[in-house]
Design a protein around this ligand. Structure first.
Ligand code: SAM
Ligand code: DTB
Ligand code: SF4
Length: 317
C-alpha cells in the first residue's frame, strides 16, 4: 500500500498504521531517509537520569514500580539534597552525558517541592548540562518558575493511545496530560514527550500514540520511546512479551512522523539484545539514557554502552 510522503504536519492514525504495516525493509528505508535528511547519521545524544524523589506515589500507573499501592520492593526516599543531585550531575557530565534528567514520583509538585527543584535546575544548568525534569502534572505558574531557573526540557509522557490509556491509568486522564504539556509549551520550555510500548497494546494503539505525539503542535523536541520494564508487583507484570521488531517499527514511525525530534531509545534497553538496539538506531533513534540506572530499574552499564556505540560507529553528540 503506498504511503504518502507527508508534507503536512497532521497524521491520521490510519496513516501511521500504514507506516507500521509496511514491509520491514521499506519502513527502515523510509526512516533512514528521514533520519539522514534531518540529522547527522551517526550521532547519538546521551541523557542521564536521576530519581530525586523515589516511591510512594499516589497514582495508579499500571507499569510503575513507584506507585505506593503496588508492592514492588522499591526503597523510597524523600527529596534528595541539592548536594547529592549536583554530585550525580557532575559524575554524569564526566562520563559524557549532555543532558541531566531529574525525575520525581509525584502526582505533581507542591510549591515547596518546586522551589527545591528550581534550585537543583539552576545548579545543574550551571554545570553546563542541559536540564530536564519530570515531576508530574503542573499547576498554573509552575512551568514559568522552572523556565526561569533554566529548565531546558520537561518530560511528561502520553504513554499510550487515548483509547488504551484507561487500561493502564485511572487516577489522571489523557486531557490532564495534554494540559500539562500545554503549560510547558506556554512557558517556552522544550517538550519531551513519548510513551511506552509492550503494555499489551495493539499495533493500532501504537499508531494512536505516535499520531497523538506527531499532532502536538508543534511536535515534541524529544520523544522517548520506552519498552515496558516489567516489575513484579505492578499490574502489568506478566504481560505477554512483544515481538522486538514491533518496538523497532514504533521507533521508525516516530522518526518518520517527527523528523526533527530527538527520538530516544529509552527504558528497556537492558532487556534488549545489541542487535535489536542496533536496529533501533537504524530506525532513527538518536538518543539514549546513559548511566547504570534509569529511575529505579537497571540500565546497561555506561562502559557497555560506550562499547556498543563504538562497535556501531556511533559517536556521542
Ligand atoms: N511521576 C511523574 C510522571 O509520571 O509524570 C514523573 C516520573 S514517571 C516514572 C516518568 C515516566 O516513566 C512515565 O510517564 C512512564 O512513561 C515511564 N515509566 C515508568 N515506569 C516504567 C516502566 N516500568 N517501564 C517503562 N517506562 C516506565
Ligand atoms: C521516560 O520516558 N523514561 C524515563 C524518563 N522518561 C523519566 C523513565 C523510565 C523509568 C523506567 C522504570 C524505572 O526505572 O523506574
Ligand atoms: Fe507516579 Fe509517575 Fe509512577 Fe505514575 S509513572 S505512579 S505518576 S511516579
Amino acid at each position: 500500500m503506498p504511503v504518502a510522503a507527508s508534507s503536512t504536519s497532521r497524521w491520521d492514525v490510519e496513516e501511521v498504521e500504514d507506516l507500521l504495516d509496511l514491509p520491514f525493509g521499506d519502513l527502515m528505508y523510509r526512516a533512514q531517509e528521514t533520519h539522514r535528511q534531518y540529522h547527522e547519521a551517526n550521532a547519538v545524544q546521551l541523557s542521564t537520569l536521576i530519581s530525586v524523589k523515589t516511591g510512594g506515589c499516589p497514582e495508579d500507573c499500571g507499569y510503575c514500580p513507584q506507585a505506593a499501592r503496588y508492592h514492588t520492593g522499591v526503597e523510597g526516599h524523600g527529596l534528595l539534597s541539592l548536594e547529592e543531585v549536583v554530585e550525580s550531575a557532575c559524575a554524569a557530565k564526566a562520563r559524557g552525558a549532555t543532558r541531566f534528567c531529574m525525575g520525581a514520583a509525584w502526582r505533581g509538585p507542591k510549591q515547596r517541592d518546586l522551589e527545591q527543584m528550581t534550585r537543583m535546575v539552576r545548579a545543574v544548568k550551571g554545570l553546563g548540562l542541559e536540564t530536564c525534569a519530570t515531576l508530574g502534572m503542573l499547576k498554573a505558574g509552575q512551568a514559568e518558575q522552572l523556565k526561569e531557573a533554566g529548565l531546558d526540557y520537561y518530560n511528561h509522557n502520553l504513554d499510550t493511545s487515548p483509547e488504551y490509556y484507561g487500561e493502564v491509568i485511572t487516577t489522571r486522564g489523557y486531557e490532564d496530560r495534554l494540559a500539562t504539556l500545554e503549560k510547558v509549551r506556554g512557558a517556552g520550555i522544550n517538550v519531551c514527550c513519548g510513551g511506552i510500548v509492550g503494555m499489551g497494546e495493539s499495533r493500532s494503539a501504537r499508531a494512536g500514540l505516535i499520531a497523538q505525539l506527531a499532532n502536538l503542535d508543534p511536535y515534541p523536541e524529544s520523544v522517548p520511546i520506552n519498552h515496558l520494564v516489567q516489575v513484579e508487583g505492578t499490574p502489568l507484570h506478566g504481560t505477554a512479551e512483544l515481538d522486538p521488531l514491533e518496538f523497532v517499527r514504533t521507533v521508525a514511525a516516530a522518526r518518520i512522523t517527527m523528523p526533527r525530534a530527538l527520538v530516544r531509545l529509552s527504558a528497556g534497553r537492558r532487556e534488549m539484545s545489541e542487535a535489536v538496539q542496533a536496529l533501533c538506531f537504524l530506525a532513527g533513534a538518536n538518543s539514549i539514557f546513559y548511566g547504570d540506572k534509569l529511575l529505579t530499574t537497571e540500565n546497561p552499564e555506561a562502559a557497555q554502552d560506550r562499547a556498543l556505540l563504538d562497535k556501531l560507529g556511533l559517536r556521542p553528540m
